[in-house]
Design a protein around this ligand. Structure first.
Ligand code: NAD
Length: 256
């Protein structure tokens, strides 16, 4: 059987991904703040190091796939710490174990929010690997009008990191396809507040048009993550694949 790591395993898309993989007979190491095989806080360097230690003890130093999915959408610096640095540092630290795996694969959960307005300096600070600078910029945005750019910036940076890293010697050169999956609105606890009132729900649906029948269930995103992490994905490499009921097609139009 294949051995998988799934972060954000306790809820939503991550939980659905773990369930699909376990049904296939895979060994899955779930990582989350609590209610997980490895309990760790991916918002801090120490928490990420603890997660890596716990994963390698469970896995025995060889992994077949890592699905870095844990995330937050609140407009705070912590969102940047988890969504970008939590995913990137974990993947970097687990890369040697993946390189020793069979048909190794790496996938991150990005978002259709990559298509929303971002804060360029925040995206650049992430990609420069400067967590102090990135969190400082995000803290400066937290209370202001541009707070809505924090989440899209974290995901734009993540998709761009995948784009830059995937074709290099470290990933493709080691036989590890690295990709991102970008869901539209998925019915999980993350977005529950957005749909609390008819007014806020209408505003979100206008911002995120999903012509293919509305919101998705967690399983609808999980199935693509599972495929991207499977042996069947032989040549998808460096992509952000939108699984969004058409929002990318509406918002980005011909710009492909
Ligand atoms: P969710 O809130 O149901 O699950 C997210 C999980 O991540 C939770 O179990 C949470 O505890 C975990 N997590 C958060 N901070 C963590 C930390 N510091 N350390 C460890 N684990 C942490 O949300 P979801 O909708 O399943 O989100 C999963 C991923 O999908 C996220 O990356 C999110 O940004 C992305 N996404 C969600 C939607 C959506 O509409 N729900 C759309 C696009 C992308």
């Amino acid at each position: 059987h294949r051995t998988y790591v799934v972060t954000g395993s306790a809820s939503g898309i991550g939980r659905a991904t773990v369930e699909l993989l376990r049904r296939q007979g895979a060994k899955v190491i779930g990582v989350d703040l609590r209610s997980a095989d490895v309990a760790a806080d991916l918002s801090t360097p120490q928490g990420r190091a603890d997660a890596v230690d716990g994963i390698l003890i469970e896995a025995g130093r060889r992994l077949d796939a890592v699905i870095a999915n844990a995330g937050l959408s609140v407009p705070s610096a912590r969102t940047v710490a988890v969504n970008y640095f939590g995913a990137v540092e974990l993947l970097e630290a687990l890369r040697p174990a993946l390189a020793a795996g069979r048909h190794p694969r790496a996938v991150v959960t990005s978002s259709m929010a990559t298509l929303m307005p971002v804060h360029d300096d925040l995206v650049e600070a992430c990609l420069a690997g400067d967590e102090d600078a990135a969190l400082g910029i995000a803290r400066g945005l937290e209370a202001g009008e541009a707070q809505g750019a924090i989440y899209p910036s974290s995901k734009r940076a993540l998709s761009r990191w995948v784009r830059r890293q995937a074709p290099t010697q470290r990933w493709a050169g080691c036989g590890i396809p690295l990709n991102a999956v970008a869901p539209g609105i998925v019915d999980t606890p993350m977005v529950a507040d957005l749909f609390a009132t008819p007014e806020s729900a209408a505003a979100v649906d206008e911002m995120v048009p999903m012509p293919l029948g509305g919101h998705m269930a967690a399983e609808d995103a999980a199935r693509l993550l599972v495929w991207m992490a499977s042996e069947e994905n032989t040549h998808v490499c460096g992509q952000t694949i939108y699984v969004d009921g058409g929002s990318d097609a509406v918002l980005r139009g011909d710009d492909v």
